[in-house]
Design a protein around this ligand. Sequence first.
Ligand SMILES: NC(=O)c1ccc[n+]([C@@H]2O[C@H](COP(=O)([O-])OP(=O)(O)OC[C@H]3O[C@@H](n4cnc5c(N)ncnc54)[C@H](OP(=O)(O)O)[C@@H]3O)[C@@H](O)[C@H]2O)c1
Length: 378
Amino acid sequence: MDFFRTRTLAYLLGAVEFADNIRLNIVDGFFPFKPHNASSWSQLEGKTCIITGGNAGIGLATAEAFAKRGGKVVLACRSLVRGRRAAQAIAHKIGQSDKAHDIEVREVDLTSLESVRRFAKAFNKEDRRLDVLICNAGIMAPPERQQTVDGLEMQFQVNYLGHWLLAHELLSHQRSRFLSSSKSLNGSDRAHRGAESCSEQASSVNEKDENGTRLIFLSSMTHRAGKLDFSDLQLTHGYSGFKGYANSKLATLLAAKEFQHRFDRSLNRRMDVAVAVHPGLVDTKLAREWLTGADVMGSAAQPLVAPIARALAPWLLIAPDRAVESILYAATAPAEKIAGQYVAAGTVARPARMAEDLVIARELWDTSCKLTGTKPTL
Ligand SMILES: NC(=O)c1ccc[n+]([C@@H]2O[C@H](COP(=O)([O-])OP(=O)(O)OC[C@H]3O[C@@H](n4cnc5c(N)ncnc54)[C@H](OP(=O)(O)O)[C@@H]3O)[C@@H](O)[C@H]2O)c1
């Protein structure tokens, strides 16, 4: 019953979005799509932005958009080779082939919590400011249930839990870094510098850092088909690839809610903002593989229907550049407009009711702490 509810809802929503994508693609045929280039996007200049899975699909297009606007991009990839290749492609595309090395490439494999911790530890050790963290990497609907080295269901960990841990570790450091820099300026330095110049400096640190970090989770409209059952989060019974995907995307929305809740209740003056984004149904490896795979049409029909789906894909799916608009909006819109919200089609949208349930968000947070052995510092 649950299985049919999940499928039917997802297909209905997908059909509506596919129809709209066909309309957009027809319009683009006459008037090629140009990014809106909102004036707020110029804010990205000089900002440091980590993008997981920045070597392909939506992550790659987002990295290019940030780099084009002068952002300092860090591609967090599971393959350094693919990451470096992407860095070169980005530099070439934005007309700065000689500056490919300015785009950092770092290794993180979300199937391993240890790898996530290593990544965060190395970045935190450098004690740098982090302006935007985009939790983008993802996989969709492996037909058979797979487990990570940590013994967890693959999509749950790659799409959700690995990102949750990454965000927790990086944001915790950013917030304590802010507190200690404020303290040192307000406290001991005062004795040396004289009260006036010190308060000037303290306020300049506060003003700058009040902007905090933008924490962006790539969710999906498929979250509406998700339902978290805490007695079997790892889907050991009745696994379906799509159910696992929908649940992981619902979890990212709940994570955005809970992170925001914790940022808001803290006395720390930083304006950290967590937001979840549905990028649209986008022409990437992930979407194409799903569209033409056995998950959609069943293994018997797949050989017949896959070529048709492949031919239709460019019409049914939007270009990654379009998806980037929603992500740039999430990265630059005023905090009060998007904090803890769900962004879809470039604007704030209403998610499923379960995604707004703070009790479930809290339970998921506590479960995430247990599963990762994390003592929460946010
Ligand atoms: N495309 C859509 O229609 C759509 C719709 C809604 C939401 N989304 C979400 O958007 C995000 C990006 O998807 P996409 O469509 O751009 O997919 P994609 O083109 O397949 O790219 C996925 C990226 O994630 C990386 N990745 C996968 N497993 C990883 C792991 N264990 N550790 C680190 N990185 C890993 C991939 O690295 P490799 O290159 O090394 O494989 C790749 O860079 C996903 O979270 C997806 O759920 C996509």
